[in-house]
Design a protein around this ligand. Structure first.
Ligand code: ADP
Length: 440
């Protein structure tokens, strides 16, 4: 396209150049024709003047015109070299001029000696209409030259218009293909960006799923351990009591019963130890704290949570304190914590016409950062407030009630605390603290 446009432009420039050459050429021809006409007239008036007055000045005027004419005619022959028709016209005019010059020559020569013959020749010239023929021939040549220039200019305008139209079309085409190209590149980039963000979301999801499973398991095991520990201790105590009661018995099967009770007590203690170990294992929790950017963690958690809420419109407003930029946390755990709170908020706002989720952070004086996840849902039943963070506490039919309990475990493992508060107006605000990575 570029090559064709360049060719069209070059063609157009060549045409312009050629056109100006033709204009110059025509000007030269017209100038020469006018010069010749002037010289013929000058020679004639010189001749007449001399005949009438015999003043030499007139004769000189005639001589000058006579001497310049052959040069002018030769020059014109040269300039018209390329044009056969004009050459023929010029040949005819030239022979008339030469005839006329011969007449003039004779008239001037005879003027001194034979005035009558001179006047006869002059009269003959008038009858022959030679001068008129010369004028007529020169004027025909002028018209021919002008007509030719006009036609050339007409052709030039046509071809120049065509070249300009081709160039304009190509420019439009180039612009259009540029726009299409840019659009395609941008679309490809957008797709690549989308793919990258999808795969990052998938990665985050699987990371969090793993932590969530472990966390849920941990919470359930811890709760079970807590619940089972007491009955197991009671069983062990009852067994010990029964053993004491049998201490002094003389019954012959008492020995066997005592052995069985000892074994049962051993097993109860073993069960207790197993549960204790399980609890320790769970509560040990492997938190690996690193220096992280809080805004990134929040962004990831929000985009993950909104994947689920895709069909529901949620107004999310983030207000993160620039002075609380970096945190020392286990990134995945804090994402899990935020994800749980955001999910609960989204579920709470399910029947709300306008769903507003607000996430903010602010730096406290104690080197901790307080984060708030607030919604405009119906709020929490005040009677549930005390038990909110206990495992298995749920008001949802499909809920497990371990989400908030896991949140508390994560926050505690980071040395922080978590609480829920009703908001002014409507809704709930969950506030928790995590350590800042920046020393004040
Ligand atoms: P689950 O979501 O499985 O019920 P959670 O421990 O996450 O378990 O939540 C416990 C309960 O706390 C929920 O069943 C709900 O009644 C209440 N709750 C949690 N977050 C909110 C909230 N943002 N608004 C109102 N109630 C909430």
């Amino acid at each position: 396209m570029f090559v064709v446009a360049t060719l069209a432009l070059a063609y157009s420039l060549m045409q312009i150049r050629e056109n100006s050459t033709w204009v110059r050429h025509t000007n030269d021809v017209l100038r020469l024709i006018a010069g010749i006409e002037r010289a013929v007239l000058q020679a004639e008036s010189g001749e007449r003047g001399y005949l009438l007055t015999r003043v030499d000045e007139y004769r000189e005027a005639y001589e000058t015109a006579k001497s310049t004419l052959p040069h002018a005619l030769d020059e014109l022959v040269h300039v018209l070299g390329d044009n056969a028709e004009q050459q023929r016209n010029l040949a005819a005019v030239r022979s008339s001029i030469e005839m006329r010059l011969t007449q003039l020559q004779r008239v001037v020569e005879l003027a001194q000696t034979d005035l009558q013959t001179s006047l006869d020749i002059l009269e003959q010239a008038r009858v022959d209409l030679l001068t008129q023929r010369i004028e007529h021939g020169l004027s025909a040549m002028t018209k021919f030259e002008q007509a030719q220039l006009k036609e050339r200019q007409h052709n030039f305008e046509r071809s120049n218009f065509a070249a300009a139209a081709v160039a304009a079309c190509l420019v439009v085409l180039a612009l259009a293909s540029g726009v299409v190209g840019a659009f395609l590149i941008e679309r490809q980039r957008a797709m690549a960006r989308q793919q990258a963000s999808d795969s990052r979301l998938r990665e985050l999801q699987s990371e969090l799923l793993h932590v969530a499973r472990l966390g849920t398991m941990g919470e359930m095991s811890a709760a079970l351990a807590h619940e089972l520990n007491q009955p197991l201790a009671a069983i062990a105590n009852y067994l010990k009591g029964s053993r004491r009661l049998l201490q002094d018995s003389t019954d012959k099967s008492a020995d066997r019963i005592r052995t069985a009770l000892d074994k049962a007590a051993d097993q109860a203690l073993r069960a207790g130890e197993v549960i204790q170990r399980l609890r320790q294992f769970v509560s040990r929790g492997e938190t690996e704290k690193t220096n992280e950017r809080l805004d990134r963690i929040v962004d990831d958690a929000v985009s993950l949570a909104l994947v689920v809420a895709k069909d529901r419109e949620v107004k999310v407003s983030l207000d993160l304190d620039p002075a609380a930029e970096r945190v020392l946390v286990d990134r995945v755990q804090i994402q899990q914590l935020l994800l749980n709170l955001i999910r609960n908020a989204l579920e709470a706002m399910e029947h709300q016409d306008v769903r507003e989720l607000q996430i903010s952070s602010s730096r406290g004086a104690d080197g901790m950062i307080e984060m708030t996840v607030a919604d405009n849902g119906p709020g929490i039943d005040p009677q549930l407030m005390d038990r909110l963070f206990l495992p298995f506490m749920t008001t949802k039919t499909a809920g497990m009630g371990v989400g908030l309990s896991l949140c508390r475990t994560i926050v505690t493992a980071h040395g922080g605390s978590i609480r829920a508060e009703p908001r002014d107006g409507a809704g709930t605000a969950f506030r928790f603290t995590i350590p800042s990575a920046e020393v004040i």
